[in-house]
Every structure is written in structure tokens, then in C-alpha cells.
Design a protein around this ligand. Structure first.
Ligand code: UD1
Length: 386
């Protein structure tokens, strides 16, 4: 059975790594990695492949940046060509970036089945491009692999058949536990990490990421957030690996940070984990970090008005910080208080990828060649229709 595993942007790479690793245990699965090229800078892309023990992608679509329509169209055009030439039996997409939506649409229109990993999450905030990507992808997927109970409930409310919804846990946490294990058991020489000296000399510190258009593309909002950060930085150092979008906006809006806010280049996974796992708290607008901090019990402030990952608030270490100075400072205190009582959500145990392939087992079994049998796959059906 030929499976395309699609990744396009930084948060995808962490999710495909464990799924890809697990695929190697199934001799009848040929898993091909498709990198759409949505993220392309070395630090945003190739560094992650090396860092996460991923091989070079089998297909690189070179889509690059652009408006949403341009980027999505470039990904779709290039992915369709590869699908037509290669005829996958299943396309697995992860997360909620433009690549996720673009590739699921292409596959579905070629009558190739689609599995969505991290399905069912909803912020109910239509101003977020990711919410549109999630809704569209879930509208057409055949298999829904879900990280938390809210996702199951959302999909049921949207009328998805129960048998297509699989609460499997979180592949992002599979990757996190795998990499954190390597840091702990000395498989990674931490003294060789570029951020090692920073951490040694820091005292108590915070870790910050910020890249959402709603936070950094609007001058007033960005200035308010910077104000709160500068207040926290009066007593704490804040390490801030800066996303390319954010770097452009800091320059454009002349945002000023106190000397205690340390601006860094984007970090690879291990460097980043090494820093945030021992932070007093993480401040972020990322989706993944809200979950990873909950998995490791690190206090987290989400600099947003909402989250599509409610379990991190209900059970975990996450506090919703909004985007004003007062609300962010309040959530910072709240997250420190929450940490002692927080729990790790069910099935966030490092085995989500295993469960995904277990679910797909019957599909895999139906592809084991039998003497004289003719395979009937969606891709073959599409070929016949043309
Ligand atoms: C994308 C995802 C977002 C995810 C984020 C993680 C969508 C809609 N958004 O947002 O969900 O949280 O990735 O990083 O898919 N750029 C570079 N180098 C790169 C990539 C981007 O300089 O390698 C710059 C370009 O100027 C580009 C801008 O960053 O225009 C934004 O990149 P884009 O992929 O469009 O969106 P992200 O903000 O990264």
C-alpha cells in the first residue's frame, strides 16, 4: 500500500516524524514523504528534517510563500502532478496549515482516501486561516485521528460517522517524548547545543514564541503584547526565537523590547526543547507548544483570545492570556499556580502513531498481494475514470 505523508510547515515536521518512523514496522506499507515547501528557509525546514531523524523527502513541491490563494494553488497544482504520476492509495495530512488543506482537496478529487491527523479541533474563530483549513480538511477526510475528546465531540456534531473517528492521542507528543528521552539519556550532547551557554547563565527565565498574523500583523496588538513582555522582563530573562514573519513586523512597526528579551534565530526542535522544558513558563501563540507544555508540566500562557485545544486549559498547564498587558500578566500568574495541579490528557503517551497504523491495518491487509487477485483501490478507480 502506498501512503503519501504530507508536511509543509514547521509544526508539521514534528508530527510526520513519528508516523513515518512507525510506518517502517509495516512491511506492506510504502510511506513516501511529501514536503510541499510551504516553509523553505533552512532554519524553518531542512534543520528540522535533520533534527527529527527524518530522511530527505521523496517529493519536494517547492511551493514557497505567497498570499493564501497563491500558496494554496501552487501546492495543489504541484501535488496533483505527483499524485497522478504516483497513484497513492492513501494521503495522510497533519495539522491545520495551508498544505494540509491543499493536499487533502487534491487527493479527495482524485478519489484517493484522506486521513487527517489532529482532526476535529475547533477554535470557532473564522478569522484564523487555520480554522478554515481544519474545517475544509475535516469536511472531506475519510479517517479522523483525534488528539482530545473535544475533537471527537466536534466531529460528531458535524455529522461524521462514529466509525471514522479515532481518538488515538497525539503524534506531536510521540515526537516530544522521543526527543525528550534522547535529551535525558545523554544521547544528545547538550553542551554542543548553541543555546547551552545561554541557559547556563540565565537564572529563572521564560521562553516565548509569537507568529500569528492576528498578533504580529497588527501594530496596536503587537505593541500591547510587547508592553506585557517588557513588564515580565523587568525581573526575568525571556528567550525569544523569532519567526521570519515576526522579524519582518518588528522592523516594520519599530517594536522595542527590553534588553532582557533575548531575540534569537528560529531554533531547531532539540535546541528549542532544551530551552523551554526548564523555563519557568512558556509564552506562546503556537498550537503545538500549548500541548507540549501540558505534556511536560511546564506552565504556559497562550497569547490568544481562544484555543482549539481546550484540554490544555481544563486539565493541563495552559492559561489563556488574551492580548492585553493586564490579561497576559494575569495569565502568567495563573499558569504558575496551575502547574502543580495539572494532569496529562488521556493517550498522550507516545503511542499515537502506533494506534494510527493499527486503525489502518485493515486497509493495509487488503493490499497484501494474493495470488491472482486484482487490487481495487480508489487510485485505480480514478485511473479508470479518466
Ligand atoms: C504557517 C501556518 C501556521 C503555523 C506556522 C508555523 C498557515 C495558514 N499558517 O504560518 O498555522 O503555525 O506556519 O510556523 O498555513 N517565511 C520565511 N521563510 C520560511 C517560511 C516563511 O521567510 O521558510 C516568511 C515569508 O515572508 C512568509 C511568512 O513568513 O510570507 C509567512 O509564512 P507562511 O507559511 O505563509 O505562514 P506562517 O506565518 O509561517
Amino acid at each position: 500500500m502506498k501512503v503519501f505523508l504530507v508536511a509543509g510547515a514547521r509544526p508539521n515536521f514534528m508530527k510526520v516524524a513519528p508516523i513515518y518512523r512507525e510506518s517502517r514496522k509495516h512491511s506492506h506499507v510504502v510511506c513516501k514523504l511529501v514536503h510541499t515547501g510551504q516553509h523553505y528557509d533552512y532554519e524553518m525546514s531542512e534543520a528540522f528534517f535533520k533534527d527529527l531523524d527524518l530522511p530527505k523527502p521523496d517529493f519536494f513541491l517547492d511551493a514557497g510563500s505567497g498570499s493564501h490563494a497563491v500558496q494554496t494553488a501552487k501546492i495543489m497544482t504541484a501535488f496533483e502532478e505527483v499524485c497522478l504520476a504516483e497513484r497513492p492509495d492513501l494521503v495522510l495530512v497533519v495539522g491545520d496549515v495551508n498544505s494540509t488543506m491543499a493536499c487533502s482537496i487534491v487527493a479527495k478529487k482524485l478519489l484517493v482516501e484522506v486521513g487527517h491527523v489532529e482532526a476535529g479541533l475547533r477554535s470557532f474563530d473564522w478569522a484564523m486561516p487555520e480554522e478554515i483549513n481544519r474545517m475544509v480538511t475535516d469536511a472531506i477526510s475519510d479517517y479522523f485521528f483525534v488528539t482530545e475528546e473535544s475533537g471527537v465531540q466536534n466531529l460528531l456534531k458535524e455529522g461524521k460517522p462514529t466509525e471514522t473517528i479515532h481518538l488515538v492521542g497525539h503524534v506531536m507528543i510521540d515526537n516530544l517524548l522521543y526527543q525528550a528521552g534522547k535529551l535525558e539519556n545523554g544521547k544528545i550532547d547538550v553542551r554542543k547545543l548553541s543555546v547551552y551557554p545561554l541557559k547556563q547563565s540565565a537564572g529563572p527565565y521564560l521562553f516565548l514564541t509569537l507568529h500569528r498574523p492576528s498578533n504580529v500583523d497588527n501594530r496596536d496588538v503587537f505593541e500591547r503584547i510587547a508592553d506585557a513582555l517588557n513588564e515580565i522582563a523587568r525581573t526575568r530573562r525571556i528567550f525569544f526565537p523569532v519567526h521570519p514573519r515576526t522579524r519582518q513586523k518588528i522592523k516594520e512597526f519599530s517594536i522595542t523590547f527590553s534588553g532582557n528579551v533575548v531575540l534569537l534565530s528560529p531554533l531547531n526542535f532539540k535546541e528549542s526543547l532544551f530551552l523551554w522544558k526548564d523555563a519557568e513558563a512558556v509564552l506562546t501563540d503556537s498550537g503545538g507548544l500549548q500541548e507540549e507544555t501540558t505534556a511536560l508540566g511546564v506552565p504556559c500562557v497562550t497569547i490568544r483570545e481562544n484555543t482549539e485545544r481546550p484540554v490544555t486549559i481544563e486539565m493541563g498547564t495552559n492559561a489563556l492570556g488574551g492580548t492585553t498587558r493586564g490579561s497576559i500578566l494575569h495569565a502568567y500568574r495563573e499558569s504558575l499556580e496551575k502547574a502543580g495541579k495539572a494532569r496529562v490528557p488521556p493517550l498522550w503517551d507516545g503511542k499515537a502513531s502506533e494506534r494510527i497504523w493499527d486503525v489502518l491495518k485493515s486497509k493495509i491487509d487488503s493490499h497484501i498481494p494474493r495470488m491472482g487477485s486484482k487490487r481495487k483501490t480508489p487510485a485505480n478507480q480514478a485511473k479508470r475514470q479518466q
